[in-house]
Design a protein around this ligand. Structure first.
Ligand SMILES: N[C@@H](CCC(=O)N[C@@H](CS)C(=O)NCC(=O)O)C(=O)O
Length: 361
């Protein structure tokens, strides 16, 4: 009986093995027969389309707004242009999609844009819910602006006042925290976009306007009588602003991250749009950045070795972008958190800023 059972089990095992082998062959399970897997990547899609779609602002001077020639320009727009220069060799191969604050989450989640560069604060819930944030390109904090004749000189004096703020922003949420933490009697009025928020403030519907300090500086610069308004000293939050890419494509995230690093390190190495090297300089770090020696991962990212040459020639380094768009607004960089972390000529002499990111190597 026992022997019979053993024989039977042996038979079952052999049959099972043969069936499994047949199924593997029939399903094309050997690596030789496997059909090439269909790979779709955002880089391939962007290159096939011939443009980078970038969610942006078009109402915030300095960061993203429409100039007198009808072009959308600004610090954030140049970050989109840098990515277009990297992946398409042309900074103008760009479709800008104007996006209000509240539209940002759904826009990123839909995957309809390749990136967003729009004075957007990096937060943990946005990072998990909207997309991956590339390095912070502007460190900010939330402030308040009041009409000079209100006679208020500090944030804690904001009692029994109405404050205007835009919907769908971190600033709306932080305002609520500020009120709760300090037991302030503040009436909050929210508006769907920048224009309506600012109009409400100017028409006297609110006693104060709150947003990122850079936003206040930019907004005040556009007023007919900027001197009639005071930006109160101090901030109530951290607002690290930077580009975001949709979840789900690590290579694309790596590309946008590396482009931001190219802008920052080009400034650190004192290379401008006018001095981009095309043959080795003898300085290893500079030569690696410009694809003249070694590598910092360009091949894995699907980019040409010399990609940084295109990027810096097209938009300049971080400092050039800052000076083109933010310095004219009065956003002084020197001594601020948006200075570089160290002086180029001396790796260990600090400039005191926070503009620092992954080394290109
Ligand atoms: N950094 C904050 C605020 C960003 C924000 O949307 N600010 C407003 C006021 S400066 C804005 O840019 N609005 C433009 C618009 O919606 O048209 C955030 O990420 O939530």
């Amino acid at each position: 009986m026992y022997m019979k059972m053993r024989k039977y089990l042996k038979h079952v095992l052999w049959v099972g093995l043969l069936v499994a082998l047949a199924a593997t062959i029939a399903c094309g399970g050997t690596s030789d027969d496997a059909p090439a897997e269909e790979t779709s990547s955002r880089l391939a899609d962007v290159q096939a389309r011939g443009s980078v779609v970038c969610a942006s602002n078009n109402t915030l001077a300095g960061f993203g707004f429409i100039d007198t020639n009808g072009n959308t320009v600004g610090f954030d727009i140049d970050l989109c242009r840098a990515v277009a220069a990297a992946v398409l060799g042309n900074p103008d191969a760009l479709v800008l999609q104007a996006t209000t604050a509240a539209e940002r989450g759904p826009t990123m989640q839909s995957g309809e844009v390749d990136m967003m560069s729009r004075n957007t604060t990096w937060t943990t819930s946005r990072n998990s819910g909207w997309g991956n944030f590339a390095p912070t390109m502007f460190y900010d904090g939330q402030g308040f602006m009041v009409p000079r004749n209100l006679g208020v000189s500090g944030m804690m004096e904001l009692q029994d006042v109405a404050v205007c703020v835009q919907q769908g922003t971190t600033t709306e949420l932080n305002l609520q925290d500020f009120i709760n933490q300090n037991n302030l009697d503040i009436a909050v009025s929210t508006f769907p976009d920048n224009v309506s928020t600012n109009e409400a403030y100017l028409s006297g519907q609110c006693d104060a306007l709150t947003t990122d300090r850079s936003g206040l500086v930019s907004t005040r610069a556009g007023f007919a009588n900027p001197d009639d308004h005071v930006i109160l000293s101090g901030t109530i939050s951290e607002e690290p602003l930077g580009p975001v890419v949709p979840h789900g494509d690590e290579q694309w995230f790596d590309i946008v991250t590396a482009v931001m690093a190219m802008l920052i390190y080009a400034e650190a190495y004192e290379i401008t749009s006018a001095t981009v090297p095309t043959s080795p300089t003898g300085d290893t770090a500079i030569d690696r950045l410009f694809g003249l020696e070694g590598s910092y991962g360009q091949e894995d990212m699907g980019l040409p070795a010399t990609v940084a040459q295109d990027v810096i020639r097209a938009v300049g380094n971080y400092g050039e972008i800052y000076d083109r768009h933010l310095t004219p607004l009065g956003l002084i960089r020197e001594g601020s958190r948006n200075a570089l972390w160290s002086a180029a000529s001396c790796g260990d002499c600090p400039k005191g800023g926070q503009i620092y990111t992954a080394p290109l190597r």
